[in-house]
Ligand binder design. Structure first.
Ligand code: NAD
Ligand code: DAO
Ligand code: ZN
Length: 377
């Protein structure tokens, strides 16, 4: 029987307040739970969004972080998919293989731990984290990677090839997989298709590399921050437009894209989370068949709109979570693609910091040309 461990963690006590770096206690994993020693974690906008208080579902105090990789330290009873010593990636989109969602073959969403994950607790309704006053701390997105040790459900973790660097594996826990999967799975881009991507962050640039892998004929990146332009060639984009500068007086981003593609795009992707951009993305799709994929997470309370005639005339609006990727069955393939060199991952690491610099890591999110900051425990 294992023992509780002490762990360095960044605790989010209250929305809008700084993180508190402190030693917490991480309990032993119960049945069907896995305790992971996190080695590398990246910071994503969802962590910042929840910390800011803008997320109405954010509950505090909690341990944020959902893009992380590490080594299994111990497992609870009944765990068969991973063992101590395995290199693993935490999954905010679980895969149980048994629920209605998993069996449908139609989605990567899984219902197994959905209700408790949303409440910040483990499937038995309790937390494995407490601070030095014995106060319980909530989990986040089923991962909580801003702690050197974390406990996750066995359905929320996947073992990966130990020869893959953990700093690369951790990025497959969210941003890279989300964009790449949205292109190759959700949209299923085909050779010769035209693609426009709104937002050239890690997610948008990963859509670009997925579209390139599929042989798209045009891959147009749209961003309002010109410091993103320098990434366009590396990830396969064929054109870059800054709608705040590159449009003539009588042009809109929609009219420009329709003109550049002789009628509109086969596929567009929103990777900004801005609902006005989502509308432009839909309306720049080709009449009759163009598909627009919403990936960006809009702020609470925002709604999308368009004239219904846009849909009547054959444009399709859809969404994608974690790129439509089933974490446990498909992560191994992504790691292989990375190892073969056909999936770029390391190129997204623009900043590396020790975990104690997590505050600076959050600040990196707001510097224009930063893609991902990876923190090391
Ligand atoms: P990011 O901030 O690194 O990139 C967003 C980019 O969009 C930036 O380069 C920014 O300059 C650009 N942008 C902002 N407003 C714009 C506008 N009006 N027009 C054009 N470009 C604009 O973020 P990221 O990590 O790449 O994530 C992108 C989005 O995807 C976020 O909303 C994030 O929450 C979401 N996300 C969704 C999933 C999912 O599963 N659906 C997973 C991860 C991230
Ligand atoms: O099953 O109801 C559900 C939700 C599953 C989580 C999907 C999250 C997609 C967006 C998350 C933002 C990224 C970090
Ligand atoms: Zn399931």
């Amino acid at each position: 029987q294992g023992k509780p461990v002490t762990s360095l963690a960044a605790v989010a006590y209250e929305a809008g307040k700084p993180l508190s770096l402190e030693e917490i206690t991480v309990d032993v994993p119960k049945a069907h739970e896995v305790r992971i020693q996190i080695k590398k974690t990246a910071i994503c906008h969802t962590d910042a969004y929840t910390l800011s208080g803008a997320d109405p579902e954010g509950s505090f105090p909690c341990i944020l972080g959902h893009e992380g990789a590490g080594i299994v330290e111990s497992v609870g009873e009944g765990v068969t998919n991973v063992k101590p010593g395995d290199h693993v990636v935490a999954l905010y989109t679980a895969e149980c293989g048994k629920c209605k969602f998993c069996r449908s073959g139609k989605t990567n969403l899984c219902g197994a731990v959905r209700a408790t994950q949303g409440k910040g607790v483990m499937p038995d309704g309790t937390s494995r984290f407490k601070n030095k006053n014995g106060e319980p701390l909530l989990h986040f997105m089923g991962c909580s990677t801003f702690s050197e040790y974390t406990v996750v459900a066995d359905v929320s973790v996947v073992a990966v090839d130990p020869t893959a660097p953990l700093e690369s594996a951790c990025l497959l826990g969210c941003g890279v997989t989300t964009g790449y999967g949205a292109a190759v799975k959700t949209a299923d881009v085909q050779k010769g298709d035209t693609v426009a991507i709104f937002g050239a962050g890690t997610v948008g640039l990963s859509v670009a590399q997925g579209a390139k892998a599929r042989g798209a004929s045009q891959i147009i990146l749209i961003d309002i921050n010109d410091s993103k332009k320098k990434y366009m060639n590396e990830f396969g984009a064929t054109a870059y437009i800054n709608p705040t500068k590159d449009l003539k007086e009588d042009e809109t981003i929609v009219s420009k894209l329709i003109e550049m593609t002789g009628g509109g795009l086969d596929f567009t992707f929103d990777c900004t989370g801005n609902v006005k951009v989502m509308r432009d993305a839909l309306e720049s799709c080709h009449k009759g068949w163009g598909v627009s994929v919403v990936i960006g997470v809009a702020a609470s309370g925002q709604e999308i709109s368009t004239r219904p005639f846009q849909l009547v005339t054959g444009r399709i609006w859809k969404g994608s979570a974690f790129g439509g990727i089933k974490g446990r069955s498909e992560m191994g393939g992504l790691v292989k693609d990375y190892q073969k060199g056909s999936l770029k991952v390391d190129e997204f690491i623009t900043n590396r910091r020790p975990f104690v610099e997590i505050d600076e890591g959050f600040r990196d999110l707001h510097t224009g040309d930063s893609l991902r900051t990876v923190l090391t425990f």
